[in-house]
Write a protein that binds this ligand. Structure first.
Ligand SMILES: [Zn+2]
Ligand SMILES: [Zn+2]
Ligand SMILES: [Zn+2]
Ligand SMILES: [Zn+2]
Length: 364
């Protein structure tokens, strides 16, 4: 091969490269052979500024879990992994400016269980009840339950203990609950609950009504809107189950469930356990031995607050479900989309889930 031949091959390769990156997704960096395939990918991907992003190469990931894979998984991206090892926080996955800044950051990013829980663990039989209807500042509350077993084999979950805290981890309500069915298994090793604790406890009906009123906070349930209004945001992990056991109804638009928030879910789209999330994202252990619902409340509230304080750019009409973006890209003609650059396509793409950072901002 002479010089001019190899030169023209190089030119060809350059052209090919330029051609291919024209069809490279600006969010996840996937390459497509044809523009129409990129457009198709964008239609179904719902990429957005709310997706977890690699602080080094800027790649956007569906979840923190896939970002973790990208940075420190079995097959990480080599150059991102190198930087991350040096100054990346293993809890929030952010990149700091120097190893020194990382140490300083991690001292605050890694949390410990805290002592608050100890106080009320001594007051085993006491009821802490501070559920008041008010127009005060508490906007979000976390709820967690512990279940005992009912039915002949003890497999029916019955709520026997419940805790509610505010955003600052203060206990608003902490009580044993007397289930409506006979308890056949107290599950003592994990609940620490003895029959005498439940004998004179608050009946389930009573607890259910109290919590319902507290959450709605004076707003009729049918009037509750996604934003504004007095009704509270309810934070928890696997709230479907808790609410079923409590026979509680609450509108989905006010629920922030760490088991169902896409950035906190597995790459397989299954839920992570609260134990795992707390260990990985907050850096401490929960649910060892006898469990107190207070610890679950604190963990979910901390996760919620971390997600709420994510620094994302706010767009007009941030949601795919906003009528302005019904069916991502539907208002654009195929030809118009195919003429757009990958960056332009990303700029008009919207998330298909509600990012909790929007709770921290005043989006109308
Ligand atoms: Zn993509
Ligand atoms: Zn966001
Ligand atoms: Zn990267
Ligand atoms: Zn961190």
């Amino acid at each position: 091969m002479d010089h001019s031949e190899s030169q023209s091959i190089m030119q060809l390769l350059n052209l090919l490269h330029a051609f291919l990156s024209r069809n490279k997704c600006a969010a996840c960096y996937r390459q497509f052979n044809r523009k129409e395939h990129l457009v198709e990918h964008m239609r179904i991907s719902y990429h957005s500024v709310h997706e977890p992003m690699c602080g080094i190469c800027g790649k956007r990931c569906r979840s923190f879990e896939s970002l973790r894979d990208h940075l420190i998984g079995p097959l990480p991206k080599a150059e991102c992994e190198r930087v991350f090892r040096d100054r990346g926080c293993t809890f929030c996955l952010n990149i700091l400016s120097s190893p020194h800044a990382l140490r300083f950051h991690q001292d605050r990013c890694q949390l410990s269980r805290g002592n608050n829980g100890v106080l009320h663990r001594f007051a085993n039989l006491g009821i802490h009840d501070d559920l008041r209807i008010d127009s005060g500042k508490t906007k979000a509350v976390a709820l967690a339950c512990k279940m005992v077993g009912g039915g002949s084999d003890g497999s029916i979950d019955l709520c026997a203990r419940i805790c509610i805290i505010d955003e600052y981890e203060n206990i608003l309500f902490h009580s044993y609950v007397k289930p409506q069915l006979p308890v056949t298994n107290y599950r003592y090793e994990s609940t620490g609950i003895r029959p005498e604790y439940l004998r004179d406890a608050m009946p389930l009906r009573h607890v259910q009504r109290k919590i319902q009123d507290f959450l709605c906070n004076g707003e009729p349930i049918w009037k509750i809107r996604p934003r504004a209004g007095k009704a509270r945001i309810l934070v928890g992990h696997g709230l479907d189950h808790d609410m079923k056991c409590l026979e509680l109804e609450y509108p989905l638009v006010k629920i922030r469930d760490t088991a169902k928030y896409p950035p906190l879910m597995k790459t397989s789209k299954l839920s992570n356990s609260l134990k795992y999330l707390t260990k990985s994202y907050l850096g401490y252990d929960i649910q060892n031995g006898i469990q107190d619902p207070y610890d679950d409340c604190v963990a979910t509230m901390r996760l919620y607050r971390r997600m709420r304080y994510q620094a994302h750019r706010i767009e007009d009409y941030p949601l795919a479900t906003d009528s302005q973006n019904k069916n991502n890209f539907a208002s654009w003609r195929q030809g118009e989309l195919e003429r757009m650059s990958p960056d332009e396509l990303l700029a008009i793409s919207r998330s298909d889930y509600y990012c909790w950072c929007l709770d921290g901002k005043d989006v109308a």
